[in-house]
Design a protein around this ligand. Structure first.
Ligand code: ATP
Ligand code: MG
Length: 369
C-alpha cells in the first residue's frame, strides 16, 4: 500500500518554523504536488517524509506502518522506508557509468548480480535510457542525467517516489518534455508520488492534486482546476497565475446583492449571500474570466484599451477601468486598437469576492462566496 500520511508535523530550525502543524495524505498511486514560494517548507516536508529530517512533533505513516513519531520515540531510517527520492541536483556520480549509478542502491542492499542486472536494464528501458548503460555519466545531457537519477530512485521498487524540483535544472523545452514523460511513467508504474515545485504551470500539468503551501502551512488543497478556479484565499489566487483585483462595495437591491466598483460605478450581481449593506469587498478574477469586446452590452463594464498582446488564438488586453487596471482577453478578430472603448463582460462565476479588511493579508479567511 503506497499511501503516505503525515499528521500534524512540526519542524523548527532554531527560531525558524519550517513546517508548522502540517497534515497531508497521498493516496495510493496518486501524483500529489506541494506547491509554494521559496522558503515555505516544501523541501523540509519532503525530507521529513523521506526520513532525512526528524520532526519535532507529529507522525508519519507509510501505508499502515508508522515510520516517524517523536512522541513514541520511533524513527525509521530513510533506507527502510521503501521510498525513492530525486533531488534538484541529480547527484549523479561522475566517475561511474549509467549502469553503475543506477545499480548503486541495489549493490548497497547486496542483491545478487543477476537480479541487479535485470532490474537495472528494465528500469533503464522504462526511463528511456535503453542501450545507454555503458555510457560514462559525464557524457550525458541534462535530460539524460535526470533520467538516471529517476532510474536510480526507482530501481529498488519503492512504494513511494519523492521528487524535489527534479526538472528545474533543465532548459525550458526539455523541462516541458520531461513533464509529460514523468507523468506518463508515473501512471504506468502506478507509483504514489509526492512532487515539490514552486512552478505553478508544472504543478498544474502534472498533478492529480495540489497542496498550496505558505509559511510552513497548507493554504489550500484540491485538484489543479479547483485551486486555480476556486482559490480559497487571496494568497492562492495571487500565487496561481495573474489575478485582477478591484475594490468594491456591496449594496442591497430588490433583486439581490450587487457589488459596485469603487469610484467607477460598474456593477456585478452577487445574487444571494451573507452580506452587509455597504460592506467593502475585493473582486478578484483572472484575465480569462473577463472578455473584452467592442460592442457594448447590457451590464458590461466600459473601459479604455491601454495595450494588447497577441497570445495565439486570443488577445490579452490591458484595460483602464476608471483608474483601475484590468487584464482581459478577447477574440483575435476584431482586435481592439489602443485608446478604443472596450466593453468588459465579467462572468460572475469567475469572480471571487473577499471581504476587504485592512488587517487581512489574504492568507487567512475564506472567500465570501
Ligand atoms: N537545515 C536548515 N537549517 C536552518 N534552516 C533551514 C534548514 N532547512 C530549511 N531551513 C529553513 O526552513 C524554511 C523552509 O525551508 P525549505 O527548504 O523547506 O523551503 P522550500 O519551500 O523548499 O523553498 P525553496 O523553494 O527555496 O526550495 C526556510 O526558512 C529555510 O531557510
Ligand atoms: Mg526546496
Amino acid at each position: 500500500m503506497g499511501t503516505v500520511r503525515a499528521t500534524r508535523l512540526v519542524k523548527t530550525f532554531g527560531p525558524v518554523v519550517a513546517v508548522n502543524d502540517l497534515s497531508l495524505e497521498a493516496k495510493a498511486g496518486e501524483f500529489l504536488t506541494l506547491l509554494g514560494p521559496s522558503g515555505c517548507g516544501k523541501t523540509t516536508t519532503l525530507r521529513l517524509i523521506a526520513g532525512l529530517e526528524k520532526p519535532d512533533r507529529g507522525e508519519i505513516h507509510v501505508g499502515d506502518r508508522l515510520v516517524s513519531s517523536p512522541g513514541a520515540g520511533l524513527f525509521v531510517p530513510p533506507e527502510q522506508r521503501g521510498m525513492g527520492m530525486v533531488f534538484q541536483s541529480y547527484a549523479i556520480w561522475p566517475h561511474m557509468t549509467v549502469f553503475e549509478n543506477v545499480a548503486f542502491p541495489l549493490e548497497e542492499l547486496r542483491r545478487p548480480r543477476a537480479e541487479v542486472r535485470e532490474r537495472v536494464m528494465t528500469i533503464l528501458a522504462t526511463v528511456g535510457l535503453g542501450g545507454m548503460h555503458a555510457r560514462p555519466a559525464p557524457m550525458l545531457s541534462g535530460g539524460q542525467q535526470q533520467r538516471v537519477a529517476l532510474a536510480r530512485a526507482l530501481v529498488s521498487n519503492p512504494q513511494v517516489l519523492l521528487l524535489d524540483e527534479p526538472l528545474s535544472n533543465l532548459d525550458a523545452r526539455l523541462r516541458e518534455e520531461m513533464r509529460f514523460e514523468l507523468r506518463d511513467m508515473q501512471a504506468r508504474l502506478g507509483i504514489t508520488s509526492i512532487f515539490v515545485t514552486h512552478d505553478q504551470a508544472e504543478a498544474m500539468t502534472l498533478s492529480d492534486r495540489i497542496i498550496v503551501m505558505s509559511g510552513g502551512r497548507i493554504e489550500q488543497e484540491g485538484s489543479p482546476e479547483a485551486v486555480y478556479q476556486r482559490p480559497s484565499t487571496r494568497f492562492v489566487m495571487d500565487f496561481l497565475g495573474r489575478a485582477n483585483q478591484l475594490p468594491a462595495r456591496v449594496e442591497k437591491r430588490p433583486d439581490g446583492w450587487i457589488a459596485v466598483v469603487d469610484g467607477h460605478g460598474s456593477e456585478l450581481a452577487l445574487g444571494e449571500g451573507d452580506w452587509a449593506d455597504k460592506q467593502e469587498v475585493l473582486l478578484a478574477f483572472r484575465p480569462e474570466g473577463v472578455e473584452a469586446c467592442a460592442a457594448e452590452r447590457d451590464g458590461a463594464w466600459i473601459g479604455v484599451v491601454r495595450s494588447s498582446v497577441y497570445v495565439g488564438g486570443r488577445v490579452e488586453y490591458v484595460v483602464d477601468l476608471g483608474g483601475f487596471t484590468v487584464r482581459a482577453t478577447g477574440p483575435e478578430d476584431p482586435r481592439l486598437p489602443c485608446d478604443a472603448r472596450a466593453a468588459l463582460r465579467v462572468s460572475p462565476r469567475a469572480v471571487r469576492v473577499w471581504p476587504r479588511d485592512p488587517e487581512q493579508t489574504g492568507t487567512n479567511g475564506g472567500p465570501a462566496r
